[in-house]
Design a protein. Structure first.
Length: 592
């Protein structure tokens, strides 16, 4: 029977958070959540109730330690880091103590106390400005679920077989991904979940194709027999016809062999000889080993805030020196650019810090560093010390104007002089400014004259320029990467760097997306920094295009008035010139 006579193929755009192609039947995920009943405990039995809590916590600790040992993880590996964070919540945070105190104060059962305290933690975590920290609420929910399971003795292991299936869920916790990997599903689709969530990190670690941001999943997937998850371009195809399945089967083979096809010993360059430097965004030394295998030339962005294990837990100067030296030693002469703490006040000071009314526009990033100078000076000393023996550059986040650069440089000079007077070896790292707010764009040429290099953070650039939270589904249609204002802003900053003669690095999702990279090159970009999983595909794309064609593309869209118009023109240009270089479905997908 003809496919069309059975069901019509439907396509939905999504956020690609883990690369790969998955094809399989639909299975809805059962997260095993249980209903919790509240009841009062007799005073004479309170001590026993508290004992139940600590027995459950002991079981949870044993489970987490067993998982860490079984996977041979280290605290620095993605999986080990996540498991150790959850262990930290159990052992060193106030979480268990607050549950304990709640049982005593309210004389209620421990299950209700666990739920109440966990809900409050999640509420506070969900309100912080920092996206990376906000998404760690799932780790708290994970710990809560683990304790509740230990209290009633239930088995948290997965009962349903997800082998070869496309797993559908509103949201997945990190432990769910750890459990799911045992049955090797074909792919994951969630309504919620950003690129930096631990769930997405684990999906990439286990190489499971995953997309998120698909709304009303139960309605969309109702009655679906088969689904394709396109983690390359961000697409969900429901009930694909046989020709689509055939094309994606072929594409899966292309993706699998892609890394072998690219000669990683050669620098990335276009067909007409324009060299494009590809750097990696990584937070741990182990990740760079893989990035280098794919052809990365150094680390373009090391997010130093990844060293902050929990709010208020700022590493000491010596701890930071060790971390920076470890990552720099792995990278070698290719060098690493360390971005100073890009956090808000809540993450710097820890629990108890009042939440700002508008934290995204509040005391954060470079302005927080200049306000809370003790932490900033400690980090500057650590970077200076580490750069004495390694090639390390320093990147200032969210620079809005020249004055911030001048203030930061004065502090760097002071700390460098202080180290020299104390006889402590210190290097002279290059100083860079990250441009991601509108004011920084308009004075980018002036900023360029005061720094050694600049970096363009495209994710935040779009957010701040268009006043749209990229993680808020309600306004997702207004998050338009190809908005004319965004394109013109990128061009203005790239031109500023060129005019002054300093290097300019483009990072963020645009730099790692095959759909946007030709346009970035056409606008003048010569250095791109991206996540590890994007490197091989971007290198392959660059090797198949010419810089002259990218310049033509940039000229073609420069007078366009809407993002839809720009996207349509780009899609037509790619189809005409480079269709064979793009993943199946990428040119049909809606981009944002």
């Amino acid at each position: 029977m003809d496919d069309a006579a059975v069901k019509s193929e439907r396509r939905f755009p999504a956020l690609a958070v883990s690369r790969g192609i998955g094809i399989g039947p639909v299975v809805f995920y059962d997260n095993g959540d249980r209903s919790i009943r509240q009841y009062t405990i007799d005073t004479a039995k309170i001590e026993r109730e508290v004992e139940r809590l600590h027995e459950a916590v002991h079981v949870c600790r044993a489970q987490l330690n067993s998982l860490i040992a079984a996977d041979e993880s280290t605290p620095e590996d993605p999986l080990g880091s996540i498991l150790n964070l959850q262990l930290l919540i159990l052992e060193q945070s106030s979480f268990v103590e607050n549950i304990n105190n709640f049982v005593y104060a309210k004389r209620i059962n421990v299950e209700w106390a666990v739920k109440t305290v966990s809900d409050e933690y999640v509420r506070k975590q969900s309100s912080v400005a920092d996206t990376h920290l906000r998404e760690k609420r799932l780790d708290i929910e994970d710990v809560c679920a683990r304790i509740l399971a230990a209290l009633d003795g239930s088995d948290r292991s997965i009962k349903t077989s997800y082998t070869g299936a496309i797993v559908i869920a509103h949201e997945l916790r990190p432990s769910s991904v750890i459990d799911l990997v045992k049955s090797r599903p074909a792919g994951l689709i969630t309504e919620r979940g950003g690129w930096t969530s631990h769930t997405s990190i684990l999906a990439r670690e286990f190489m499971m194709p995953m997309v998120s941001g698909v709304r009303d999943l139960k309605t969309v997937m109702s009655g679906a027999a088969k689904v394709i998850v396109d983690g390359e371009s961000g697409m969900v195809i429901v009930d694909p016809d046989s020709s689509t399945v055939r094309r994606y089967d072929e594409f899966k083979q292309e993706v699998a062999s892609e890394c072998v096809e690219v000669n990683t010993e050669l620098r990335s360059e276009t067909l007409d000889g324009r060299q494009i430097t590809i750097r990696a965004n990584v937070d741990i030394p182990e990740a760079y080993h893989l990035a280098r295998q794919f052809g990365a030339e150094g680390i373009g962005l090391f997010r130093s805030e990844s060293l902050i294990s929990k709010p208020g837990s700022i590493p000491t100067e010596d701890e930071q020196v060790t971390a920076y030296e470890q990552i720099a030693a792995v990278v070698g002469e290719a060098g690493v650019r360390i971005r100073t703490f890009d956090v808000g006040l809540d993450r710097l000071r820890g629990n108890g810090t009042p939440v700002e009314i508008n934290p995204s526009l509040g005391l954060r990033s470079i302005r927080l560093s200049l306000y809370e100078q003790d932490h900033f000076r400690t980090q500057i000393r650590a970077i200076l010390r580490a750069s004495a023996n390694y090639r390390i550059d320093l990147l200032l986040p969210m620079v809005a104007g020249v004055s911030e650069v001048l203030q930061a440089r004065a502090i760097i000079d002071e700390e460098q002089s202080s180290l020299e007077k104390s006889g402590i070896p210190a290097g002279t790292p290059l100083i860079g400014a990250m441009i991601e707010v509108p004011s920084g764009i308009f004075v980018s040429r002036e900023i360029a004259r005061k720094v050694d290099f600049m970096a363009l953070g495209t994710n935040d650039l779009v957010q701040y320029l268009l006043a749209v939270d990229r993680d808020n589904d309600a306004v997702s249609d207004w998050y338009q990467t190809l908005h004319p204002a965004v394109i013109r802003s990128i061009k203005q900053v790239l031109d500023a760097a060129t005019a002054v003669g300093i290097p300019m690095l483009v990072c963020g999702e645009m730099a790692g997306s095959p759909f946007y990279v030709p346009l970035l090159i056409g606008l003048g970009a010569t250095e791109l920094s991206m996540n590890v999983n994007s490197i091989s595909h971007i290198r392959r794309l660059i090797s198949g295009i010419t810089s002259e064609e990218t310049f033509e593309l940039a000229r073609m869209i420069e007078n366009s008035e809407t993002s839809d118009e720009i996207e349509s023109q780009m899609r037509g240009f790619y189809t005409l010139h480079w269709q064979n270089l793009f993943p199946h479905g990428l040119l049909e997908a809606k981009h944002r």
